[in-house]
Design a protein around this ligand. Structure first.
Ligand SMILES: NC(=O)c1ccc[n+]([C@@H]2O[C@H](COP(=O)([O-])OP(=O)(O)OC[C@H]3O[C@@H](n4cnc5c(N)ncnc54)[C@H](O)[C@@H]3O)[C@@H](O)[C@H]2O)c1
Length: 256
């Protein structure tokens, strides 16, 4: 046997923003790969969170629904503690929660800027720091940050968003280097435009839709399911020697 395992049997995963879109697909995919899953979601989407957890239990794995409003540090600490109390460890963290406030750069307010950076970068960092402390105690783990192709290329109306995702790409490298001695691998996935509630308004704009499609050599935008293979791979033993990398799932956008 030369093919390393891409399964997560017996692992405990924590997925943020797991009630909808890409996060929901990731939570289900890591369960399909064999993991028990703690799923975080903002308090007003608890109904969606419960449905994801029911679906995970139908797959034969344990699911723990957790309310989390990033970047609230008390929420982060409470969520991490609840997972550790329930399951004793966290082997895989997927930082998926994110927001965008699409606006021309000239119109971006301080509140817009902080609203995006606080969730996408500050919240991600402190969640990662707290989980890494427990991973160090239990002997290591895998962290997968959902960045974006917009972390490596620019796009219209995304000054704050692209800045936050570029921050995630380089933060991924920093944490990979610092935590390698603790056997914690830190990688990122950078999707192109994926059809989710976050991007519905962009897809509804015919001119933007045409512009996006003209930049994707594979000729289509993505579905949440297009992202999950990269996440499971980076979380699995098959990626044991990969750290600090951002794996683009972009249909060729950045190759053009
Ligand atoms: N959809 C795309 O085209 C696309 C492309 C590249 C990257 N991404 C990234 O993928 C991730 C998921 O996005 P999506 O498209 O599924 O969008 P989505 O809106 O469906 O999901 C985002 C999730 O994050 C949660 N969230 C938002 N603010 C939060 C907060 N303050 N605290 C905790 N959770 C919060 C939401 O409730 C939701 O569950 C994001 O990080 C996004 O930037 C999306």
């Amino acid at each position: 046997m030369v093919l390393p395992s891409m399964r997560l049997d017996g692992k405990v995963a924590l997925v943020t923003g797991g009630g909808s879109g890409i996060g929901r697909a990731i939570a289900l995919a890591v369960a399909e790969a064999g993991a028990d899953v703690a799923v975080c979601e903002v308090p007003h989407k608890i109904g969606a969170l419960d449905r994801v957890c029911e679906a995970i239990e139908h797959l034969g794995h344990r699911a723990l629904p957790l309310a989390l409003q990033l970047p609230n540090l008390a929420d982060i600490d409470a969520a991490v503690s609840r997972v550790l109390d329930a399951y004793g460890r966290i082997d895989v963290l997927v930082n998926n929660a994110g927001v965008n406030i699409p606006k021309d750069a000239l119109d971006v307010t301080e509140a817009d800027w902080d609203g995006v950076l606080d969730v996408n970068l500050k919240g991600l960092f402190f969640m990662t720091q707290r989980v890494a402390r427990s991973m160090i105690e239990t002997g290591g783990g895998k962290i997968v940050n959902i960045a974006s192709q917009n972390g490596v290329v620019g796009y219209y109306k995304r000054a704050a968003y692209c800045s936050s995702k570029a921050g995630v790409v380089n933060l991924t490298r920093v944490l990979a280097v610092e935590w390698a001695p603790h056997r914690i691998a830190v990688n990122a996935v950078g999707p192109t435009f994926i059809l989710t509630p976050l991007t519905q308004s962009t897809f509804d704009n015919a001119q933007l839709r045409e512009d996006m499609l003209s930049r994707i050599p594979l000729g289509r935008v993505g579905q949440p399911e297009d992202v999950v293979g990269a996440v499971v791979f980076l979380a699995s033993p098959a990626a044991d020697l990969i750290t600090g990398h951002t794996l683009l799932v972009d249909g060729g956008w950045t190759a053009l």
